[in-house]
Design a protein around this ligand. Sequence first.
Ligand SMILES: [Zn+2]
Ligand SMILES: [Zn+2]
Length: 113
Amino acid sequence: MNLRKCPKCGKVLPESMFAPNTDKCRICRRDYDWQYRYGLSPEQYLELYQAQDGKCKICGKELPDGKYLCVDHNQATGEVRGLLCDQCNRGIGYFHENIEVMKKAIKYLEENK
Ligand SMILES: [Zn+2]
Ligand SMILES: [Zn+2]
């Protein structure tokens, strides 16, 4: 196994734990992304995570070890709304977060059970 040291956190990790196109490990890279995109520090993430009991804020799913919940933010205000699993995060994205359309989708599904 190839081991490498992350220059950011100083951890020695297997090659697979490193993100492509960077010398940082996946965790540091992720932290960097969150900070950059959402202004969210790892401590703030942990706070949200614990407040949600480690579960997706929509479907309540708990992710297996090594996976983490996505940071969902309001596109308009940039405010972090909560942590979601990948599916829910994509789901609302596919609906362009259009509440009316999502309601219609629910109605449609209920009518066609
Ligand atoms: Zn690191
Ligand atoms: Zn979910």
